[in-house]
Design a protein around this ligand. Structure first.
Ligand code: DQA
Length: 147
């Protein structure tokens, strides 16, 4: 099974940015945790990607289609709350997609209460830090999908 992990804007700054909200661990540590997890699992190939640019994220979602990925785990970061383009891309490719957030956006500012991605994701996980990413991959691995 091939899964693509996409992280949106400023996720490359975790560990530095607002550590009380996003924790003290870096993006490099996040990718390390995910790669170690993938190495323990047979039949799982993970690719990680981070971008600060909306269009590049759309391109990467389409890339997942043309390269036959089975699942996408995405933390769209601030684009969660604004990007119809990212939601449309997820719908367009029809690949099961789990939305993940390090923080619990439901408990934060009002402008974070809207998620366009939630409408097209098979599951949304929030407020569990790095563990949420593992949970999201597990979910993609164990479910059988009909979209
Ligand atoms: C985030 C939550 C978003 O509201 C915010 O803009 C982020 C990170 C999270 O992982 O908690 O950049 O997606």
């Amino acid at each position: 099974m091939k899964i693509l992990i996409i992280n949106g804007p400023n996720i490359n700054m975790i560990g530095i940015r607002e550590p009380k909200i996003y924790g003290k661990k870096s993006y490099k540590e996040l990718t390390k945790v995910m790669c170690e997890y993938a190495n323990e699992k047979r039949n799982l190939t993970l690719e990680t990607y981070q971008s600060n640019h909306e269009g590049d994220i759309v391109d990467k979602i389409q890339y997942a289609f043309f390269n036959k990925f089975d699942g996408i785990l995405i933390n769209p970061a601030a684009y969660t709350h604004t990007s119809i383009a990212i939601a449309d891309a997820i719908k367009a490719v029809g690949i099961p997609t789990v939305e993940v957030h390090l923080s619990d956006i439901s408990m934060r500012e009002e402008y974070r209460q809207i998620s366009y991605v939630s409408e097209v994701a098979v599951k949304t996980i929030m407020g569990k830090g790095f563990d949420g990413y593992i949970e999201g991959i597990e979910y993609l691995l164990t479910k059988k999908w009909t979209i």
